[in-house]
Design a protein around this ligand. Structure first.
Ligand code: ZZB
Length: 453
């Protein structure tokens, strides 16, 4: 125990840590040394900027002269189990340690058990290889799983449908900024890309929102140009794998290649005319929405005031204060279209609930969140389509069909991003990338049915 346990008496002095960091990259960590010393744990390693493994090890009390021993992977297995046992005993846990064992190939018995298990699963066709959407750090050039994260543990990829709204005419301010790239744009279609979880509501689009202060870019891919936030473009750039991917439904044919040809703020686009797929209106306008988050989706939000309380509150406000927002009232006044019938809120769920809850403005964020939840639940589980190819079908059934149609027609593509902010230990904001990997196919229906018998 003595030999392997952490020796807090021998904690490195601030000078030692400073000296170490300086020999490593010439920078100093002394501002954080005291804080580091008081948090001897993985948490400390995650919350203070310790850059090297050696520094993290010393911060948890491993003497400097022992750090080099960890270069041998087997030494980790020798060092940590007794420390862990000690901590458990100090907690007062009653554990029968006779049953403890190491679960790597350092233990030949356990290793042969895992080999047997893997070979069995392989024979049964349950071990597969292929492309999977994975949380990924571009800086590290590899997937970033829980242990590699500074924050965002437990978060996975979130899938959206990215709707392509073709530009008919850009607003003057955006046109001026795009003037210098006129030649690049020649012969290409330009699209605003809106991320949605509700593809079945696209029949009811009456406008499309951008955050007036948010930064957007124009990104080129072969014959098409996309307008979205740079953050979203970075995600889109990793949905393909060279030579392997089925790229029909993807953007950015070349992995990792992001070609931003012009940048804008949302305000530049206000008033632009676009074609919204499936909408009953032949064209709709780009309008401002203060509550659009730059950190979510593409930063472009298509507006369905019949079924989204946020959208209804925003267009109502915009129409009322058109002069203040510098828009024409008519741009925000296209009547909502009844697209889904719900038992609780009728054919115009969003206007109904906004009235019922007395929501006054888009700034009533708490009430709007409640309204959204209620309308979403009622629409998804109990709603029936009033329009389109799947008229009369339940929303739950129509949703994937409408989505497939949009993907097949090229009016949408699949978009993934992390469900929340994920930062790697190397301080990189992670994205979602399509990666080749081995995986266990436990979840599919036929397998479940067989094991449940
Ligand atoms: C069309 C639509 C029609 C939407 C509807 C909703 C509803 P959630 O569940 O909170 O993740 N959205 C997308 N990106 C942003 C952003 N950057 N900032 C603010 N809002 C954004 O919500 C997902 C929805 O949030 C998306 O689906 C999009 O609006 C919006 F009838 O697209 B939706 C009851 C909701 N109805």
């Amino acid at each position: 125990m003595e030999e392997f346990g952490p020796n807090f008496e021998k904690m490195p002095s601030p000078e030692e840590i400073k000296a170490l960091s300086e020999t490593m990259d010439g920078t100093s960590l002394n501002d954080n040394v005291n804080e580091t010393k008081s948090k001897k744990s993985k948490v400390a390693a995650k919350t203070v900027p310790l850059k090297y493994q050696a520094q993290i090890m010393m911060s948890i009390g491993i003497p400097r002269e022992d750090v080099h021993k960890f270069a041998d992977a087997a030494y980790w297995l020798k060092y940590f189990p007794p420390v862990c046992q000690d901590d458990c005993s100090n907690f007062g846990l009653a554990i029968d340690w006779r049953r403890s064992f190491i679960t790597t190939d350092a233990n030949p018995f356990y290793d042969s058990f895992v080999r047997w298990q893997m070979n069995r699963l392989h024979e049964m066709g349950k071990i597969k290889f292929g492309e999977r959407y994975t949380i990924y750090s571009v800086k590290d050039g590899q997937p970033c799983m829980d242990h590699d994260r500074q924050s965002g543990e437990g978060l996975g990829p979130q899938e959206y449908t990215a709707i392509k709204l073709e530009v008919i005419e850009l607003a003057e301010a955006a046109k001026t900024k795009a003037e210098v790239v006129k030649h690049t744009l020649e012969g290409k279609k330009v699209y605003f890309v809106a991320a949605t979880l509700r593809p079945e509501t696209m029949y009811g689009q009456t406008s499309c929102f951008v955050g007036p202060k948010i930064e957007y870019g124009m990104f080129v891919d072969q014959d098409e140009v996309y307008i979205c936030t740079p953050r979203a473009a970075k995600n889109m750039a990793y949905f393909t794998i060279y030579g392997l991917s089925d790229i029909r439904y993807q953007t950015f044919h070349e992995r990792g290649e992001i070609r931003e040809i012009a940048s804008f703020v949302g305000k530049d686009f206000i008033g632009s005319r676009v074609k919204a797929p499936l909408s009953q209106y032949p064209e709709v306008r780009i309008l401002p929405m203060e509550t659009v988050l730059a950190s979510k989706g593409t930063g472009v939000v298509t507006s369905v005031p019949s079924d989204s309380p946020d959208d209804f509150a925003t267009v109502t406000d915009l129409a009322k204060k058109a002069a203040y927002y510098g828009i024409e009232a008519s741009w925000a006044s296209l009547p909502p279209i009844p697209i889904i019938s719900t038992p609780t809120y009728g054919d115009m769920a969003a206007p109904t609930i906004v009235k019922q809850m007395k929501i006054q403005s888009p700034k009533d964020t708490k009430l709007l969140a409640e309204a959204k939840e209620a309308v979403y639940r009622d629409g998804f589980y109990n709603g029936v389509m009033l329009i389109g190819k799947y008229k009369g079908e339940k929303v739950e059934e129509a949703k994937p069909k409408v989505r497939d149609d949009l993907l097949k027609s090229g009016e949408a593509f699949v978009y993934h991003e992390p469900e929340g902010l994920v930062i790697s230990r190397s301080a990189d904001e992670c994205i979602v990338a399509l990666c080749d990997q081995w995986y266990l196919d436990y979840g599919e229906a036929e397998w479940k049915a067989r094991t449940e018998k």
